[in-house]
Write a protein that binds this ligand. Structure first.
Ligand code: GDP
Length: 365
């Protein structure tokens, strides 16, 4: 499954946030093995639609879908040159699908900052530069050889070299690979390079516990938002310390605590949703009397592919899918009424599954 890696400079609140994630995962009866790998935290993806479906169908059991975060230890300035955990850090980041960068936006004299002052943009640039330098090194490892062959008019090398040149230029201008435009063909080649800066990134602005209610007042957060807007990245404002407290609560207790704090949704829940979206993930549902369940699929998947997420047999023996959109079903109030209204469709192999589809697969065993 896909995972988002949590990165950030030392002392910005990564461990505090990651502890909140593992705590939230540990509470989940559906994912009891959520913390077997100490660096991986599995959390449920909050989804109001699932609650509503549960009310409608009244199943014996409801199972949310899950999402994985990976804790990536200590990046420091010079990591790309082997400083700190250097190479180890970079190889861990290579294995994740998206990056969630925790940025310190809280002032606290008792917590030292690695560079002596709280400056989120400088922090972001430090980390982003390390990733870019690591990618530049990857590109340069091939560069001379490919250039030579391209000069000899080797077709494939000419194609490769064009891409490498474009990447090199971008990296030397401190631009990440994700901001560079490539053709479909070129993208395929870029993928094989396993670069770090092609991975989508979002920023988690970690604010002080007394600032949650008045984010507009936090200048650090405003600067992070401006920075992120320029690169089309999302910013989620969290207070890692408070998240650790929220993560110990469930249901009513959690709702009440959030009300006390004056926020609608916990920062962690927002972070889960944003990470999920960033990876192009979406949710479909199965809804029977035994079980109502949310399933993660990748946007663009066909009905048989989506069926294969439940079981490979479902994909192999796929006949048809009976589908009603969540909105239609919620509006109809029951499957029977949705059927009467003609809102339950029969779809075939070519159908592209949509977020919120409620699906009953028909298959041969
Ligand atoms: P890491 O090195 O990035 O993993 O940072 P930690 O999670 O260990 O946090 C470093 C220090 O900052 C710890 O003493 C935390 O208690 C403190 N800290 C983390 N988040 C917050 C926060 O939101 N507000 C305040 N005041 N302190 C925080």
């Amino acid at each position: 499954s896909l995972t988002a890696g949590i990165v950030g400079l030392p002392n910005v609140g990564k461990s505090t946030l990651f502890n909140a994630i593992t705590q939230a995962g540990a509470l989940s009866a559906n994912y009891p093995f959520a913390t077997i790998d100490p660096n991986v935290g599995i959390v449920e993806v909050p989804d109001d639609r699932l609650n509503k479906l549960t009310e409608l169908v009244k199943p014996k059991k409801t199972i949310p879908t899950a999402f994985e975060f990976t804790d990536i230890a200590g990046i420091v300035k010079g990591a790309s040159k082997g400083e700190g955990l250097g190479n180890q850090f970079l190889s861990h980041i290579r294995q994740v699908d998206a990056i969630c960068q925790v940025v310190r936006c809280f002032d606290d004299e008792n917590v030292t900052h690695v560079s002596g002052k709280v400056d989120p943009i400088e922090d972001i640039e430090t980390i982003n530069l390390e990733l870019i330098l690591a990618d530049l090194e990857t590109v340069m490892k091939r560069y001379d050889k490919v250039e030579k062959m391209a000069k000899q008019k080797d077709k494939e090398s000419m194609f490769e070299f064009e891409v490498l040149k474009k990447l090199r230029e971008a990296f030397e201008n401190e631009t990440p690979a994700r901001a560079v435009e490539f053709t479909k063909e070129q993208q395929k080649y870029v993928k094989q390079l396993h670069l770090l800066t092609v991975k989508p990134m979002l920023y988690a602005a970690n604010v002080g516990e007394d600032e949650l209610l008045d984010i507009e007042q936090n200048e650090h957060v405003q600067r992070v938002k401006e920075f992120a807007a320029a690169e089309d990245a999302e910013v989620i404002v969290i207070c890692a310390k408070v998240e650790a407290e929220i993560a110990e609560l469930e249901g009513e207790e959690k709702t009440e605590f959030l009300q006390e704090l004056g926020i609608e949704e916990s920062g962690l829940d927002q972070l889960i949703k944003a990470s999920y979206n960033m990876l192009g993930l979406a949710t479909y549902f199965t809804a029977g009397e035994q079980e109502v369940r949310a399933w993660t699929f990748r946007t663009g998947m066909t009905a048989p592919e989506a069926a294969g997420i439940i079981h490979t047999d479902f994909q192999r023996g796929f006949i048809r899918a009976e589908i009603v959109s969540y909105e239609d079903l919620a509006d109809a109030g029951s499957m029977a009424v949705a059927k009467e209204r003609g809102q339950v469709r029969l779809e075939g192999k070519e159908y592209i599954v949509q977020d919120g589809d409620v699906i009953h697969f028909r298959f041969n065993v």
